[in-house]
Design a protein around this ligand. Structure first.
Ligand code: FES
Ligand code: FES
Length: 169
């Protein structure tokens, strides 16, 4: 018999309890067990960013993380950022600037963008930050920080336009 573990998560503001094989990834827990299919499985290897969700305020690749590691934590997926009737500003900006084509990468791009603006606001430097004491928004910062989110349709310029608009709002 496969051993299971019980864990509690707060997902998009709702408390959820799951009993899972401890080898289940956070991505599979969200998609297969909670039926939140917004987060996408692109590579399942930490290479594409399609599975990006926000855990405790920071973005992670949910395919690289076991669900049981997040017992007691707060998870936000694309479903928790906005709804079709009430889009999150980043979702609205992606629509406005045509920041997606097939849309497969889009949930990960949007979760990543929202958390990434938080990183800049919190003064967390990136590889391209010159002055570690002064983290400013720039296209170079956005390109570097979003480089883990691959878009095979290459909607990158429009994604940057969308992120810039939210930053300036
Ligand atoms: S599916 Fe997680 S990074 Fe590609
Ligand atoms: S819009 Fe198709 S992969 Fe990004």
């Amino acid at each position: 018999m496969t051993p299971t573990m019980q864990l509690s998560l707060t997902v998009n503001g709702n408390p959820r309890t799951l009993t899972l094989d401890p080898r289940v990834t956070l991505l599979d827990a969200l998609r297969e067990h909670l039926h939140l299919t917004g987060s996408k499985k692109g590579c399942d290897h930490g290479q594409c960013g399609a599975c990006t969700v926000i855990v405790e305020g920071r973005r992670i690749n949910s395919c690289l993380s076991l669900a049981v590691m997040h017992d007691g934590e707060e998870v936000t997926t694309i479903e928790g950022l906005g709804s079709p009737d009430q889009l999150h500003p980043m979702q609205a900006a992606f629509v406005k600037h045509d920041g997606f084509q097939c849309g497969y990468c889009t949930p990960g791009q949007i979760c990543s963008s929202v958390a990434m603006l938080g990183e800049i606001a919190d003064g967390i430097p990136s590889h391209v930050t010159e002055d570690l004491m002064q983290v400013d928004f720039s296209d170079a910062e956005v390109r570097e920080r979003m480089s883990g989110n691959i878009c095979r349709c290459a909607a990158y310029p429009n994604i940057i336009d969308a992120i810039r608009e939210v930053q300036e709002a």
